[in-house]
Design a protein around this ligand. Structure first.
Ligand SMILES: Nc1ncnc2c1ncn2[C@@H]1O[C@H](COP(=O)(O)OP(=O)(O)OP(=O)(O)O)[C@@H](O)[C@H]1O
Ligand SMILES: [Mg+2]
Length: 235
């Protein structure tokens, strides 16, 4: 098991947000969480990252109790995070940004140069720009750097919040091709997305989040034709 949420509820102040969320991702899977604006997707991401503590329920990540692990050590369990909006340091170089992901984890049995080489095979364009200041990259390139920063720590699982945001259709296709590739290479993937069409093309199954609740959970093919998804997005 990679991630398991059982009965997770959160609040902002006294306002309920996530409500009794049950969700599970097993090793080797590629899973999506879909939801419209304000559904609670980023809140869910922050629960995975240990940035928001549930008021009830349990969060297990790589078989560890997230509450006991603590935010800073969660990446060391083998989880890479790609936050909404990428959150690069625009004044640092590409290499410095990526290095932050390595330093947060310091994966055993491999050094930084080796990891950068592996990253270069996945993202040749990123390795050509290692010394460029991140703020001067295009949106598509910044997305790749944010993913590279998560992958440099050699995670077993990557969790992404809305990676397609702000990208052109062509760049979104490229991004999802990379997701397929890292999944094929053995990484478990959880992608949280508003772009249902793309996410359901890459994921084998998914969950639908609406107003803080999981309202559907099914195989990607079934979700694609489900009225729950249609009504949420096209009502
Ligand atoms: N720190 C906060 N304090 C109070 N309310 C918040 C806070 N963060 C988010 N919210 C509210 O909680 C709800 C869910 O927010 P969240 O960011 O999880 O949604 P989302 O599904 O990621 O949406 P988006 O598509 O805009 O990224 C929204 O109504 C939002 O306004
Ligand atoms: Mg969000």
């Amino acid at each position: 098991m990679s991630i398991e949420l059982s009965g997770v509820s959160t609040t902002y102040g006294t306002v309920p947000m996530l409500r009794e969320v049950d969700l599970r991702v097993d090793e080797g899977e590629i899973v999506c969480v879909l939801g419209p604006n304000g559904a609670g997707k980023s809140t869910l991401f922050k629960v995975f990252a240990g940035l928001i503590a549930p008021v009830s329920g349990t969060v297990r990540i790589m078989n560890a109790d997230a509450a006991r692990t603590g935010t800073e050590r969660i990446p060391c369990l083998g989880v890479g995070f790609v936050p909404e909006g990428r959150r690069l340091f625009p004044g640092l170089t590409v290499a410095e940004n990526i290095r932050l992901g390595y330093d947060a984890v310091r994966p055993g049995g491999t050094d930084l140069a080796e990891r950068l080489e592996a990253i270069g095979r996945i993202f040749p364009r990123v390795s050509e720009r290692l010394h460029q200041v991140a703020g001067t990259l295009s949106g598509g390139e910044q997305s790749m750097v944010a993913l590279a920063r998560a992958l440099i720590g050699k995670p077993k699982l990557v969790v992404m919040d809305e990676p397609s945001l702000g990208l052109s259709p062509k760049l979104i296709r490229e991004y999802f091709d990379v997701l397929r590739m890292i999944h094929r290479d053995g990484t478990t993937v959880l992608v949280i997305e508003q772009n249902a069409e793309m996410a359901l093309r890459v994921a084998a199954r998914g969950y639908v989040l609406a107003r803080g609740r999981i309202v559907a959970a099914d195989a990607a093919g079934s979700l694609r034709s489900s009225s729950v998804v249609r009504n949420l997005y096209f009502a």
